[in-house]
Design a protein around this ligand. Structure first.
Ligand code: MLT
Length: 201
């Protein structure tokens, strides 16, 4: 997959897996990585699907309606890519924390929904429930931050709560932070995520 890798100064810090929103690329969330964990190595991936020229991590049929077959296929593609990258760049596969926004948060959620130990933790900015009806793997000891919007037009507050309770039901420790800035990734949300990150890892 198209990506960039930056070696951090602390080899024990979690490796940040950055996953951009629709229409973004692997450069977008580099400032977020700096705020979350400046000493971490960074693996930032570009989604391999194009929607009218805009990179995404999986296809959708309409806004908020996902192509589930493609979502599953792309989730496995990313899961396999993380393992491949861990060998290429020499980091521990078990020390990867995802940080994603919107569509990127949705594929991070899908990694968590499909694979045990896919991620050591996750920072999900404005995620949706990636798919329903799955038996989720055990997520005991997986810390997850959800940045949600009381007025997010793409992901309703109810859906944010549903996602938090599904993850909690699988054993994850979930922190939900609410903002009133629609679907935007605001600086206060990022600041709260950074505080959470320092405490969680
Ligand atoms: C998605 O398709 O993953 C969500 O609708 C978020 C987005 O607009 O990318």
């Amino acid at each position: 997959m198209k990506h960039l890798f930056q070696t951090g100064t602390d080899p024990n810090a979690p490796v940040l897996l950055l996953l951009h929103g629709t229409g973004g690329n692997e450069h977008d969330l580099l400032p977020l990585a700096q705020l979350l964990s400046p000493s971490s190595s960074v693996l930032s991936v570009r989604g391999s699907v194009l929607e009218n020229g805009m990179p995404r991590f999986f296809r959708r049929l309409a806004e908020g309606i996902f192509d589930e077959e493609d979502l599953k296929f792309r989730t496995k593609e990313l899961y396999d890519f993380i393992a491949e990258a861990s060998e290429t760049y020499g980091f521990s596969r078990d020390n990867v924390v995802a940080a994603g926004y919107s569509n990127g948060a949705n594929i991070a959620g899908s990694l968590l929904f499909h694979y045990a130990n896919a991620l050591r933790g996750a920072v999900l900015h404005h995620p949706m429930v990636p798919l329903r009806g799955l038996a989720l793997p055990d997520m005991t000891n997986v810390p997850i931050f959800i940045g949600a919007g009381t007025n997010d037009p793409i992901c309703s507050a109810t859906e944010s709560e549903e996602l938090a309770s599904l993850l909690q039901g699988a054993g994850a420790s979930v922190t939900v932070h609410w903002e009133g800035n629609g679907h935007r990734l605001s600086s206060t949300e990022v600041q709260r995520a950074a505080e959470w990150f320092k405490a969680a890892f």
